[in-house]
Structure formats: C-alpha cells, structure tokens
Design a protein around this ligand. Structure first.
Ligand SMILES: Cc1cc2nc3c(=O)[nH]c(=O)nc-3n(C[C@H](O)[C@H](O)[C@H](O)COP(=O)(O)OP(=O)(O)OC[C@H]3O[C@@H](n4cnc5c(N)ncnc54)[C@H](O)[C@@H]3O)c2cc1C
Ligand SMILES: NC(=O)c1ccc[n+]([C@@H]2O[C@H](COP(=O)([O-])OP(=O)(O)OC[C@H]3O[C@@H](n4cnc5c(N)ncnc54)[C@H](O)[C@@H]3O)[C@@H](O)[C@H]2O)c1
Length: 448
C-alpha cells in the first residue's frame, strides 16, 4: 500500500525559490515538506549561477593579470581547465548534502522523488518503485525551468548549460548556439580557457533586454579575445566527424568543433506536474498566477522560474517570491506582491549589470541620462581595465532611478546603485554619506 503523509504545506522543488518558501513557512510554525526529484538546492548552486561564477573567478584572475602584462607583471597565466573544474566540483558536490542538513536543522521534512498531482488535493511522489501519497492544505510549485531543446538534425549531439559547467576537458574549438545570457557568459569563460569559440546568433543583436551599446561593446571585446560571432545565422544540422562534430550554418559554411553548446533559452517545468488534474492553468511561459502568486486553484501557488510573472527569472526574484508566498500563506500579508527594482547581470568579460529604468527608455518617461566613461578614473586606471562605462538615469528631482554599468566590477557597482535607488538618493543627499576612499563606492558622488 502507498504510504500517505499529511502536511500543512507541500513545496515542490528544492531550488532557491522552494527553499525560501519552506523556511518562511516553517518559521511561522507550519508543518512543511519539500519534495525534490534531482539535486537538493536546485539549478543555481548545482548547475547554474554558482558553478558558473566559480569558473569565472579563475578567468577573472587571469584577465586581471593579463591587464598588467609588461606594465608591472610578467609571464602569462594560463587556465588549467581540469584543475579549475575540480575546484568548482569540490564546492558543488557538497551542495545537496548541505541543503538536506539545513532542512533537517530547521525541522523541515524532505521527500525525494518526482511529484505529480493526482487531483486538486493530493500528490503522488515517485522514487523508483516507491510511491508516496502527499496531502497538504496548500501547495507551492517551485519546479523551475529546463533548457530548451532544438529540433535540427543532430540536435541530440549538443550539450546544455549543465554539461558545459561540468566539461572535463576544454575543447580546442566549440560552437555556442544562442545570443542570450548563457551564450555570452560561456563564450567569455571558454575563450579565456583557450577554446576557439564560435557564437551563432539567430538575430542581429545579442542580449536583448540589455543596453544595446554595452552589448555591442561586450561583443567587440570578446571578438578581440578571439570569439567569432556569426549574426543572422542558425545551425541547420550537426553530424559526427570522428570525435568531432560538424555544424552546418545557414549560409553554407561548415564548422568542425569538439563541442556544441545549446543556449537557446529555457522552458518552465509546468508541463510535468499533471496540473490539469489540479485545475491549474499554464502555458509556454509557465504557470499562470495572480498578484498573490495564486494559480487558478487558490490553494496552489507558483513562484520562481516556473511562475508566469512579469519579472526576470533569477535567483533573486525566485527567493523574493518564495518568501512572499510563505508570508501570504502564513497570513502575515494580504497585500499583492510588490517587486523592488530587479537587477540583471551578464557575467561576461566584461560584465554588464543594470537596475531600474534603462537609459533607452528614459527620455520617453521624462528622465535625464548621464553617460560616463570611467576608464581613466583613478579606480579603474588602478585596475588597468580596458573600458568602464556607465549610464545613470535621474528623475526631475535629481534622484537616481536607473543605472547600467559595463566593466569587470559592474555587478558590485550596481549593487550600490540599488541601495541608492531604494533610498531615493540624489546628487545632494549622497554627499551626506561617507564611503571608504579610495574604493569603487567613493566614486558614487561623481555619478549622480
Ligand atoms: C547556466 C545558468 C546560469 C545562471 N546564472 C544565474 C545568475 O548568475 N544569477 C541569477 O540570479 N540567476 C542565474 N540563473 C538562473 C537561476 O539559476 C534560476 O533563476 C534559479 O535557480 C530559479 O530557482 P527556482 O527555485 O525557481 O528553480 P530551480 O533552481 O530550477 O529549482 C527547481 C527544482 O525543482 C525540481 N523539480 C522539478 N520538477 C519536479 C517535480 N516534478 N518533482 C520534484 N522536484 C521537481 C528540480 O529538480 C529543481 O531542483 C542561471 C541559470 C542557469 C541555467
Ligand atoms: N547572469 C544571470 O543572471 C543569468 C545567467 C544565465 C542564465 N540566466 C537565466 O537563464 C535564462 C536562460 O538563459 P539563456 O541564455 O538560455 O536564454 P536567453 O533567453 O537569455 O537567450 C536565448 C537566446 O537563444 C536564442 N535562440 C532561441 N532559439 C534559438 C534557436 N533555435 N537557434 C538559435 N538561437 C536561438 C534567442 O534569440 C536568444 O538570443 C535567462 O533568461 C535567465 O533567466 C541568468
């Protein structure tokens, strides 16, 4: 007979969203279970943000040294990919066990297996031959996304982002299909690790949603590092050629490479939960939710990557939504979810980070844009950065409402801008704060 378990709330998915929800619910005294079918911790720490930025750390150390070649440093630094990968693995391999230990320490129940609804009030959780019935008063869907598939002949020969982040050897040459976050971040890493990288971009521009000038600057800098961009180009077929792969491009050229990475977007896992049986609507953008993150079944909530919300699908927004859902279920809030400004970043070489009103929308909204080339400012001369740019958007009162930065410290600088935006700081009020001099923050006074 199937074991049957009862909880106040069942959270499906142990990524950043599900864990944030579970912790918030438990803190308010709810009896909570988290169900996970793969790696505890989800995408971000196991095969997403964290491993990527661990590998990038080695790349950045090399870039920083290269910037000083013949200008104070000698001897080139080369990336030993297998060792860098081993270092990454030492961190990621402990994530699932640490996640489970943390659930145990918090008194949150956990169940391994694939969850599917049987009806509007019950789940079946399958782990091999074992099936468990879970009944809960409320459910939180936090099952994330998976990489999009491709339908071209030979698509099965491509690897996805998870496999790239575990590549044992860096091939001499690779193709990356896509022009989004993952394509540009991976091109930055692979090129620095010695691979000749070909990026196939379907349209005429990379990184839609980011400042077009800065995206172009990133393409230019990566091109100078040996990355080949092919715009308005698709891969039409992939075939095996010994241990290599041959990639046919839409304009007729054939590339022979060791690895082909597929970075063509991600799709929500909403189609794998038998949601029809629970009266929950979803479409290709994820599970439909209202302003309380309730689905079409008011006892079933969706949050994070799987939820069809207007914000970027990121770890930060997933955690925010997970915490909100917990508060709503706990009765700690009745208000609709209200998002703060959402920062976005491409962790390339260099990085592009942005928050608030983008410069290209500023004029239409009556805001002013200040453009800065900070390359020769003391902070960046010190680091021998190739180019550091910022676009800062101010409202009529001189308060900062948006910022976009390009440079190797763009992420950290934008973090400062987030605080300034949330505190409605202007060129006048910023003078009331003291920052450590010299540091990146001590430039803020010159940027408003
Ligand atoms: C390569 C890459 C790099 C990224 N880099 C960044 C970055 O730098 N910064 C950033 O903010 N974001 C980044 N992201 C996005 C970030 O990883 C996600 O936004 C975040 O992980 C979403 O969290 P989540 O909990 O909603 O989903 P996930 O982390 O995907 O967790 C969902 C979990 O649900 C489980 N699950 C799915 N279906 C079932 C089921 N039926 N039963 C049980 N369990 C199930 C999955 O196994 C998974 O563990 C990156 C993503 C990728 C792929
Ligand atoms: N730094 C970060 O915060 C970060 C990093 C990586 C991923 N992510 C998250 O993961 C998501 C997925 O990243 P992504 O780069 O896969 O998606 P993306 O949506 O950023 O980019 C997908 C790209 O693939 C192209 N494309 C789609 N189908 C194609 C096809 N058949 N052939 C060729 N090109 C095709 C699109 O035009 C686009 O350029 C992001 O939207 C983001 O939510 C975030």
């Amino acid at each position: 007979m199937m074991e049957s378990l009862k909880f106040d709330v069942a959270v499906i998915g142990a990524g950043p969203t599900g864990l944030a929800a579970a912790n918030g619910l438990k803190a308010a005294g709810k009896k909570v279970v988290v169900i996970e079918q793969y790696l505890w911790g989800g995408t971000c720490p196991n095969y997403g943000c964290d491993p990527k930025k661990l590998l990038l750390a080695g790349v950045e150390a090399r870039e920083a040294a290269l910037a000083f070649q013949d200008d104070g440093l000698q001897a080139t630094v080369e990336i030993d990919w297998p060792k860098l990968m081993e270092r990454k693995n030492r961190y990621t391999q402990t994530v699932p066990t640490r996640t489970v230990a943390s659930l145990d320490a918090s008194g949150i129940a956990h169940l391994y297996g694939k969850a599917e609804f049987i009806d509007a009030k019950q789940l079946k959780v399958t782990d091999g031959d074992t099936e468990t019935l879970v009944q809960a008063s409320d459910y939180v869907l936090a099952v994330g996304q998976r990489p999009n598939a491709m339908t071209i002949p030979g698509a099965e020969l491509t690897i996805d982002s998870e496999r790239f982040l575990s590549l044992a050897e860096m091939p001499d040459e690779m193709v990356i299909i896509g022009g989004g976050y993952i394509a540009l971040e991976f091109a930055s890493i692979a090129a620095a690790a010695g691979s000749k990288v070909h990026v196939l971009v379907r349209g005429s521009q990379v990184l839609k949603g980011f400042d077009a000038d800065f995206a172009e600057e990133l393409v230019e800098q990566l091109s100078d590092r040996g990355v080949h961009f092919y715009f308005d180009t698709e891969a039409t077929a992939i075939t095996k050629a010994g241990t290599n792969l041959k990639v046919e491009l839409s304009f007729g050229t054939v590339l022979e490479v060791g690895v082909v990475v597929r970075a063509v977007g991600r799709q929500a896992n909403s189609d794998r939960l038998a949601l029809e049986k629970a009266g929950v609507d979803y479409n290709q953008h994820g599970v439909n939710v209202n302003e309380y993150l309730q689905t079409t079944n008011s006892h079933i909530f969706a949050a994070g990557d799987v939820a069809n919300t207007p914000v970027a699908r990121l770890t930060s927004t997933g955690g925010f939504e997970g915490r909100y859902v917990a508060q709503f279920i706990n009765g700690q809030t009745k208000a609709a979810i209200a998002y703060p400004p959402v920062p976005i970043t491409v962790f390339g070489t260099p990085k592009i980070a942005a928050v608030g009103i983008p410069a290209d929308q500023a004029e239409a909204k009556g805001y002013t844009v200040k453009n800065f080339d900070m390359t020769n400012w003391y902070s960046y001369y010190r680091l021998a950065e190739r180019k550091v740019l910022a676009k800062v958007v101010l409202n009529a009162a001189g308060e900062i409402v948006g910022a976009t930065v390009l440079g190797s410290h763009a992420d950290e600088l934008v973090n400062y801008f987030i605080d300034l935006i949330n505190r409605h700081e202007s060129d006048v009020t910023i003078q009331k704060h003291l920052y450590i001099y010299p540091s990146l923050a001590s430039d803020l006074g010159y940027l408003l």
